[in-house]
Design a protein around this ligand. Structure first.
Ligand code: NAP
Length: 240
C-alpha cells in the first residue's frame, strides 16, 4: 500500500488512461477524486476504485470551463482536506490539416490540454506549497516532443504543456513539489480510436501500461528531477 491515505485528483478519470491511473492509485490505498464530464463513467470508475477500500469522489466537470475547475478543486479540498497528487489527464484532439482547423478547434485544444492543467495547478498549489509536499503529473504526448502532420493544434498544446511542466518543475523544487509530464505514443483508447480509426492498434500500449508508469512516478524521491518521460510502443515507434 504505497499510497495509503494519500489523496489524488485525476481529470479524465471516466475512461482510458485516467481511469487506469485512478484504479492503480486506489489499488495502492490512495483516495481518489475523479473528474470528467460523463457522470456514469465516473461512477463506474468510483465503484471499481472503492472496492479497494479507498474513498472516492465523483466530480462531474468540464475542464474547458474555468469556474467548474475552481469548484472541483474547492470541493476536493473541502472533502479530502488536501490533494497529494494532481494528475492533469483530460485531453482533446482534432486531427486535420491547418487549413481546416477552426479558431474554435484551436482554442479548445489549448483550453483542454493546457489551460485546464494550469488552472487545476493554480487552484491546488497553495495547499501543496503550505505543506511543502505534492506531486503534479501532466498527461502530455509524443506530440509534445515531436511534430506530426495534421496535428498542429494538438502539437502546439502538448509542446506548451511540456514547456510549462519543465518551468514548473524548477519553480516548485524548493517547495518539495515534483512535477512530471508523461509523453506516450499510441495508446489504445477511445481517444485514439476516434482520432485515428484506420490505424492498426494491435501493438499499441494499454491505459494500464501508462498507469504503471504514472504510479511509478509517485514513488520517486522528490530529490529526483525527472520532468519529461517518453513512452513509446515496443514495435519500434521512434523516440523523439
Ligand atoms: N490515446 C493515446 O494514444 C494518447 C497518446 C498520448 C497522449 N494521450 C493523452 O492521454 C490523455 C487521456 O487520453 P485517453 O487516450 O485516455 O482518452 P479517452 O479514453 O478518450 O479518455 C479521455 C478522458 O478525458 C475526459 N475529458 C475529455 N474532455 C474533457 C473535458 N472537456 N472536461 C473533462 N473531462 C474531459 C473524458 O471524459 P468525458 O468525455 O466524459 O468528459 C475521459 O474521461 C489525454 O490528455 C491525451 O492527450 C493519449
Amino acid at each position: 500500500m504505497r499510497l495509503k491515505d494519500n489523496t489524488a485528483l485525476i481529470t479524465g478519470a471516466g475512461r482510458g488512461i485516467g481511469r487506469a491511473v485512478a484504479l492503480a492509485f486506489a489499488g495502492e490505498g490512495c483516495h481518489v477524486a475523479l473528474a470528467a464530464r460523463t457522470r456514469d463513467e465516473l461512477e463506474d470508475t468510483a465503484k471499481e476504485a472503492g472496492a479497494f477500500g479507498v474513498q472516492t469522489l465523483v466530480l462531474p466537470c468540464d475542464v474547458g470551463m474555468p469556474e467548474e475547475i475552481e469548484c472541483t478543486a474547492r470541493e476536493t479540498l473541502g472533502i479530502f482536506g488536501r490533494v497529494d497528487i494532481l494528475v492533469n489527464n483530460a485531453g482533446y484532439a482534432t486531427f486535420k490539416p491547418v487549413w481546416e482547423i477552426t479558431p474554435e478547434d484551436w482554442s479548445r485544444s489549448l483550453d483542454i490540454n493546457l489551460t485546464s492543467a494550469f488552472l487545476f495547478t493554480r487552484a491546488l498549489l497553495p495547499s501543496m506549497m503550505a505543506r511543502r509536499s505534492g506531486r503534479i503529473i501532466n498527461l502530455s504526448s509524443v506530440t509534445g516532443v515531436k511534430a506530426l502532420p495534421e496535428q498542429g493544434a494538438y502539437c502546439a498544446a502538448k509542446h506548451a504543456l511540456n514547456g510549462w511542466t519543465k518551468s514548473l518543475a524548477l519553480e516548485l523544487r524548493p517547495y518539495n513539489i515534483a512535477v512530471h509530464a508523461v509523453c506516450p505514443g499510441g495508446v489504445d483508447t477511445r481517444f485514439s480510436r476516434e482520432a485515428m480509426p484506420h490505424r492498426d492498434k494491435t501493438n499499441w500500449m494499454t491505459p494500464e501500461d501508462i498507469a504503471h508508469t504514472v504510479l511509478h512516478l509517485t514513488s520517486l524521491s522528490p530529490r529526483v528531477a525527472l520532468d519529461i518521460i517518453n513512452l513509446r510502443r515496443f514495435d519500434g515507434e521512434p523516440l523523439a
